[in-house]
Design a protein around this ligand. Structure first.
Ligand code: TRP
Length: 329
């Protein structure tokens, strides 16, 4: 083991990841691998707290794993595993349940939102979701957690619960630091007032798996024509195209388009055509890697087995210590 600090993060297996996910979060995950001992988990136990199709679930989980590997999560550097394969997560969740005030969980905005979205299925798991997340983090005594801004409340809860634990059972956990992904907010192509999201519909997102024709179709029909805003700023759609271009394209080309924009000679179709090329080239190696992994599922299974083993090796030691502190050993 080296002396790097432990960093944990989780992603729900929500199906194909898209460009917004990559630029907003996973690019960051990839870069963090050199600075920390990263533990990344596909949190399948979290995602079953809302309606899902059990028949298709394994496929979704595997797709997510493959997407992560293709984006650059490196099993030589980081631990990558599927949450349900490490039973200590649910065990620690139970232990932490016993020191978590119900009133804290009732305050969680994500719980309230999800409850409203599906009144017919407000289950205990959904209510307890944040505690399972706390368990994910604390099981490895993680000190850093990169997440999106919507997860800040869950991270505050993590620090509250660990403090409670330390006070009650003796110092054990260190404070957890939230790394808010500075990642870019890529907006929907069809409605640039909203963040790019799978749930808006296919034409709103660029999937990592979209083929060149689909990319071309989606970008060429992306919304631009709202004109500059009142204070002369770029309209949201154009701004979004520029942002993708800046993040992935060649600096010189971007500069030229900016100049055109300011001289009011920019043709959106030219910007779009250039962006299509950039996106196709950017996604090509990722898609090749996806294909390679999809044709070699033994390899993926092996990576996951090794990840599980490494995660469990840490989890077993820590859960034992935690139980000792709590008087259970
Ligand atoms: N709730 C997180 C999300 O929806 C996913 C998650 C589960 C997670 N466990 C975690 C994130 C632990 C960070 C750390 O994005």
């Amino acid at each position: 083991m080296n002396d790097k600090k432990i960093l944990f993060s989780g992603v729900q297996p929500t199906g194909d990841l898209h460009l917004g996910n990559y630029l907003g979060a996973f690019q960051n995950w990839v870069n963090l691998q050199d600075k920390y001992n990263c533990i990344y988990s596909v949190v399948d136990l979290h995602a079953i707290t809302i309606n899902y199709d059990p028949e298709k679930y394994q496929e979704r989980v595997l797709k997510t794993v493959i997407d992560l590997l293709a984006m650059g999560i490196d099993p030589q550097k980081s631990i990558l595993f599927v949450q349900s394969q490490v039973p200590e997560h649910t065990e620690l969740c139970w232990l932490l349940n016993t020191i978590t005030p119900v009133s804290e969980l009732q305050r969680m905005t994500q719980f309230k939102d999800k409850s409203k979205q599906n009144i017919a299925n407000v289950n205990m798991g959904l209510f307890d979701y944040p505690v399972l997340q706390v368990a994910d983090i604390l099981l490895y005594k993680s000190e850093f957690v990169p997440v999106g801004a919507d997860q800040v409340q869950h991270l505050e809860l993590t620090n509250d619960i660990l403090k409670k634990f330390n006070n009650k059972f003796g110092e054990y956990f260190s404070k957890v630091e939230t790394i808010i992904s500075k990642g870019e907010r890529i907006m929907s192509l069809a409605d640039p007032s909203k963040k790019m999201s799978k749930s808006l519909g296919e034409n709103h997102c660029l999937s990592l798996r979209d083929d060149p024709d689909t990319i071309r179709k989606k970008i060429m029909s992306a919304i631009t024509d709202q004109g500059p805003t009142e204070n002369g700023e770029m309209s949201a759609g154009v701004d979004n195209l520029f942002k993708m271009m800046e993040l992935l394209g060649d600096e010189e080309i971007v500069k030229k388009f900016h100049q055109d924009y300011h001289q009011q000679t920019l043709k959106y179709s030219e910007l779009k055509i250039a962006l299509v090329e950039v996106l196709i080239n950017f996604l090509k190696p990722i898609q090749e890697k996806i294909l390679e992994l999809e044709n070699n599922s033994d390899e993926v299974v092996k990576i996951l087995e090794q990840g599980t083993e490494k995660a469990r090796a840490i989890a077993r030691v820590n859960i034992r210590e935690i139980k000792e502190k709590m008087g259970l050993v």
